[in-house]
Design a protein around this ligand. Structure first.
Ligand code: ADP
Ligand code: MG
Length: 728
């Protein structure tokens, strides 16, 4: 076996499971031990500081400098007691990860030494400069710095010996440069809009939270094999590799018993997660070999998203400890399932009601149906925006590829909810309803089974599926920051709820009773957004045809899809709700195009290198062996050699053909890159990379994968799919 690959295997054979110890027997005994949560605030803060912080968390009030100083002092005391030496403003720039710049808790002391210090000023705001983060032209480096500002609603936590303070990241001129700042704005918008609508049903509702329960899929690969695959380590996915004879055909991995090394990894991961107050609950093997999933109990959206960011970080760190590498890429291996991150989303109130769960009485159900119909309207109107919010270079491999929701946005509702919408559609009229009609309708609306959760039919092919007490936005990619999808969804729903209230109020003003006005507006909406509802098989060709007839958009090209951010309707939506102004939105979208270009660029470079430096020489070596063999036959047998060498002559030719094809295409690909790189407009460049560079990734790979089947296994330099996927 080629030395590189062999060395990887030898390491693999030496692996021993790493024993892991949970922090304590009971999870509840150590859950949140590394979080500066309410209990710790109560202990470490003065009464006034505690009250002010809780008020800021619950009601969004601001904290003054004096209080901030008090909080900083308490936080520092807790952090130092727990071994912290540094603090950092932890933020989420527009990259694929989080950012942190550590500062030690030290200041000069009067005595010439140092003291541990931390002030309210340092807690509240920092200027990390951080000029290298993507900003889409929002921030010229000669301009002032980027700022991070404390997000009081997400608790500080300890990662190793560093106190991490969740923050937003904005430019000097106030434009958001991260995911958190606009997410908080979107959540605020949906809170206000939903409270206003809830007021029709219950005057006690004063606060509405958006909830998020993410389901994170990932792959684990042995570290030695990973290191022997430069494509995996540089791009997160395999750019070549013939499929394994056996992969997921038998469904024997899905929900199977968890391999010991992986099980130990999971216990370790959960241990770390619990200390950080991340309520991870579910773990299982996924469909593809070496693919797994974990999911927490859902939480308030901003916190849930922070927790997902932390989990992705933990997945990477803990995997290394166990000599694995965690792959968060949406499509690490061609031909088998990729990874997604379903975003389970709902709204709930301060009165303890989940607005996407059917109520206990007709009124509760009216409220439930109101929120369902408005979510459908939001999806209908902003289908292009929602697609844009989940599509990027890596998720593009998955969408529309018969394993994840199609690139057509639609909603699945299930029998019961469909029945209710039909009921409203058929029974409500614009004319005044008789008391009998009203009573009968109310009775019927009251008939939704209170618990739909267990008896909803499931549809795994819908991008936006109702699952009993929530919608599951299933199109989100495994490596994504959920905020991207959550910003668009919550903003779209907020705008829709505002419009709903205006429509209902307009009817009330005309003298129509509230209940009837609500029903009339719902009826109108149900008619308008009908085309977005689809309960059938979203993977089928019939749906593609049907969706086109319905006028739904179907876009799989990333550059095309990203335009969904820049339509008048999206621009209007974001600016009206104060989530992004035109500049911010355009800057952000430019970053998306740039990221797309760069990812394809890196893949093209890596593939070019591997093809020329690894694959072609290997193929030549094997071809030479064959030629030597044929020459020998000729020496021994004379002209008869042709019969004896038979198919070897063909193989020699075949290898030559593949080598020539690879070499030519790599050259052409480089030329295509040069042309694309000369373009000055980011959007044009992304299009050029998509149309002129990206296809080479598939075409070159085709020849490499053919060679993999021909060339002597002893010579093949890279671990093969069967090795990457079946050894651990
Ligand atoms: P499944 O794979 O069957 O869809 P999982 O248990 O893997 O379900 O994940 C479901 C996720 O949805 C969990 O994070 C769960 O906490 C979350 N969830 C449950 N109810 C709600 C809700 N009302 N709003 C948001 N998320 C929810
Ligand atoms: Mg699910």
């Amino acid at each position: 076996m080629a030395t590189f690959r062999l060395a990887a295997f030898n390491k693999l054979l030496e692996r021993k499971p790493i024993e892991v110890k949970r922090e304590a027997d009971l999870t509840s005994d150590y859950y949140g031990s590394k979080v500066f949560d309410r209990a710790k605030m109560k202990k470490y803060l003065s009464k006034d500081s505690y009250k002010a912080v809780i008020d800021a968390i619950d009601n969004g009030t601001t904290i003054d400098r004096k209080i901030a100083d008090g909080v900083a002092t308490g936080m520092k005391a807790w952090a130092l007691e727990n071994g912290a030496t540094h603090y950092t403003h932890w933020f989420q720039p527009l990259t694929d990860g989080t950012a942190e710049k550590h500062d030690a808790f030290i200041e000069h002391s009067d005595m010439g030494g140092v003291v541990e210090a931390f002030s309210g000023k340092l807690l509240a705001q920092q200027e990390p400069d951080a000029s290298s983060f993507p900003n889409g032209g929002l921030r010229q480096t000669f301009e002032a710095r980027g700022y991070t500002a404390w997000d009081v609603s997400s608790p500080a936590f300890l990662m190793g010996s560093t106190l991490c303070i969740p923050t937003i990241f904005i430019s000097y001129t106030g434009e958001a440069l991260d995911y958190k700042a606009p997410l908080l704005k979107a959540l605020n918008a949906v809170d206000k809009a939903a409270v206003d609508v809830c007021q029709y049903f219950d005057k006690n509702v004063t606060k509405v939270w958006a909830n998020l329960g993410w389901e994170q899929e990932y792959f684990l690969i042995d570290e030695a094999l990973y290191q022997a695959r430069p494509d995996l380590s540089l791009t997160g996915r395999t750019l070549m590799g013939h499929s394994s004879s056996k992969d997921q055909q038998l469904d024997d991995h899905y929900f199977g018993s968890i391999p010991t090394r992986v099980h130990n990894f999971m216990i370790d991961l959960e241990n770390e997660a619990y200390k950080l107050g991340i309520p991870v609950k579910t773990r299982h093997n996924e469909v593809a070999p070496n693919q797994f999933e974990l999911a927490p109990i859902f939480e308030e959206c901003n916190l849930a998203n922070d927790h997902n960011q932390m989990i992705m970080d933990l997945l990477n760190r803990v995997a290394r400890k166990h000599a694995f590498r965690c792959l968060l890429h949406e499509k690490p291996f061609a031909g088998i399932n990729g990874s997604g991150k379903h975003n389970n989303w709902s709204l709930s109130t301060n009165t303890g009601v989940v607005l996407y769960a059917p109520g206990k009485n007709p009124k509760g159900n009216m409220q439930f149906l109101t929120f369902v119909v408005n979510a459908l309207m939001a999806l209908y109107k902003h289908q292009d925006l929602l697609r844009a919010s989940i599509l990027n270079a890596s998720n593009a491999h998955r969408l529309g590829a018969n394993e994840a929701p199609p690139a057509i946005m639609s909603a699945f509702l299930g029998t019961e909810v469909n029945k209710m919408l039909a009921l409203i559609e058929q029974n409500v009229s614009d004319k005044k309803m008789s008391p009998e009609e009203k009573t009968s309708l109310k009775l019927n609306i009251g008939r939704i089974p209170e618990i739909l959760l267990d008896n909803t039919d499931r549809n795994r092919t819908s991008p936006f599926a109702f699952t009993g007490n929530r919608f599951e936005f299933r199109a989100v990619g495994s490596s994504a920051n959920c905020a991207s999808a959550m910003i668009s969804l919550n903003t779209a729903v907020a705008a829709q709820l505002i419009e709903f209230k205006q429509d209902v109020d307009a009817l009330i003003e005309k003298g129509i009773k509230k209940d009837e006005a609500i029903l009339q507006v719902l009826k109108k909406y149900i008619g308008i957004c009908k085309t977005i509802r689809f309960d059938g098989n979203g993977y089928s060709q019939e749906w593609v045809v049907e969706a086109a007839k319905r006028g739904l958009t179907n876009i799989t090209s990333v550059p095309d899809a990203l335009k969904g951010y820049l339509t008048p309707s999206s621009k209007d939506l974001f600016s009206k709700l104060g989530v992004f102004d035109k500049n911010e939105l355009e800057g952000r979208v430019e970053v998306e195009y740039e990221k797309f270009t760069k990812k394809i660029q890196i893949e093209a470079r890596v593939l070019g290198d591997l093809a020329i430096n690894h694959i072609v020489p290997t193929a030549v070596k094997y071809q030479t062996l064959l030629i030597e063999n044929v020459k020998g036959l000729k020496d021994v047998f004379g002209d008869e050699y042709v019969n004896l060498a038979g198919n070897r002559l063909e193989i020699i030719r075949e290898i030559s053909d593949h080598i020539t094809a690879i070499k030519n295409m790599v050259k052409e690909m480089i030329e295509a890159r040069k042309v694309a790189n000369a373009l000055s407009d980011q959007i044009e460049m992304a299009y050029a990379y998509d149309k002129d560079v990206r296809p080479y990734l598939t075409d070159i790979r085709y020849h490499i994968d053919k060679l993999e089947l021909i060339v002597d296994d002893e010579l093949w330099p890279l671990p093969k799919y069967r090795e990457l996927l079946f050894t651990r």
